[in-house]
Design a binder for this molecule. Structure first.
Ligand code: SF4
Length: 371
């Protein structure tokens, strides 16, 4: 049964008991006879995945054919090369390519009580394999055309994040379908409250650029941090003289991004090595880390790392503030301060405040109570 078809008001459904299975009810052999609250179960599964993922990066493009999947794979590989635990969720339901980009064409996933197992991509130098989850692993053949009703698209987005057993991740890279339609809205809703940021992929052509600005507006309206734009096919290196030139004029792109307040993160050259690396399942950032393409991707990778660090610092500051507030309310602190000579108490409070996040602790009266 799909999430969208489940009726939470079913009087026979039992709640809040759960079965502890780590996958959606749709994949469950017991589904026909199960009387548990299936909507509740699927929410638990989704929440349990999200609590183990620190930073989600949505790689978006408002237009197909701009190389969004290649950018997603190489950002993921670049993060993994820095030692992070990385997953790639292939949400491009109309053209799931991540199986090809990581060398898993024709492979299928297994399901256990823990959920669907992502396929693990290993390469020399990686501290952790990249976990790849894709619709392609569940299709009968890789060239099966996919036609979706909107309710199934919603269910698939839910299963992609919830039913795959991602484990502990520093980053989950989501390769989004092109556009700002149903899939993007569904995923943004599912991920509300998580650390999510977006990277936008475009080419310098006018049409791709105009389309991309719609995605910029989507992020702004949703309050989703947009780390910047990766300009793909931004130039060519001549194989004879090694000179670089642009295929398309890019002045208008720089101007439009500036006007929209969006950073240009990286300019990735049009490159045969990049295309063949994608086809052979070897992301170029791992295969040729010193190449111009890999150096360009590293700028986008670093932007993702900076975002995750900023979120970590903000969370740490919040918890210090909470500790500070608890400390202010703790009678033990004021009792301890009461034992210190009165003329030293304010200095001690200032020192504690500096340790706990620079918020001044209240002065206390002679009886130790806050003044
Ligand atoms: S996954 Fe759990 S809640 Fe869902 S049908 Fe199976 S046993 Fe029931």
């Amino acid at each position: 049964m799909s999430v969208s078809q489940f009726n939470p008001q079913d009087p026979l459904a039992l709640a809040p008991a759960d079965c502890d299975r780590g996958h959606a009810c749709q994949f469950c052999p017991e589904e026909p006879s199960c009387r548990l609250d299936k909507g509740h179960h699927e929410k638990l599964v989704l929440d349990s995945r999200l609590t183990r993922i620190d930073q989600i990066i949505m790689v978006m493009a408002n237009k197909g054919g701009v190389g969004k999947s290649t950018v997603s794979a190489n950002i993921a590989a670049g993060l993994a090369a820095q030692g992070y635990r990385v997953g790639v969720a292939d949400a491009d339901i109309h053209g799931p390519n991540q199986s090809r980009f990581f060398g898993f064409v024709g492979e299928r996933v297994r399901i256990s009580k823990r959920g669907l197992s992502p396929l693990a991509f290993n390469a020399s130098g990686l501290a952790h394999p990249i976990q790849v989850g894709s619709l392609a692993f569940m299709m009968e053949s890789d060239d099966t055309p996919i036609v979706w009703r909107d309710s199934y698209k919603h269910d698939f987005m839910h299963h992609l994040i919830g039913s795959f057993d991602w484990g502990e991740l520093d980053f989950l890279i989501i390769d989004m379908p092109p556009g700002t339609g149903n899939e993007l809205i569904t995923l943004s809703d599912l991920l509300e409250g998580q650390n999510v940021a977006a990277v936008l992929v475009t080419t310098p052509q006018e049409v791709a650029l105009m389309d991309s600005l719609k995605a910029v507006r989507f992020c702004q309206e949703r309050g989703m941090p947009l780390l910047g734009v990766v300009e793909n096919m931004a130039g060519v290196t001549c194989p004879h003289c090694s000179g670089e030139f642009h295929l398309f004029p890019r002045d208008h792109l720089a101007e439009a991004l500036d006007k929209a307040g969006v950073a240009s993160l990286a300019q990735v050259p049009f490159s045969l090595a990049l295309a063949s690396g994608s086809d052979s399942g070897q992301p170029i950032v791992l295969d040729a880390p010193e190449s111009a393409e890999a150096r360009a991707f590293s700028l986008a990778v670093n932007a993702c790392v900076d975002q995750a660090k900023a979120n970590f610092a903000a969370a740490a500051a919040d918890s210090l503030k909470a500790m500070n507030q608890e400390a202010q309310q703790a009678p033990e602190l004021e009792q301890a301060l009461a034992a210190v000579p009165e003329e030293q108490r304010d200095a001690l409070r200032s020192e504690l405040a500096a340790l706990l996040g620079n918020q001044p602790l209240p002065s206390a009266g002679h009886d130790g109570s806050p003044r």
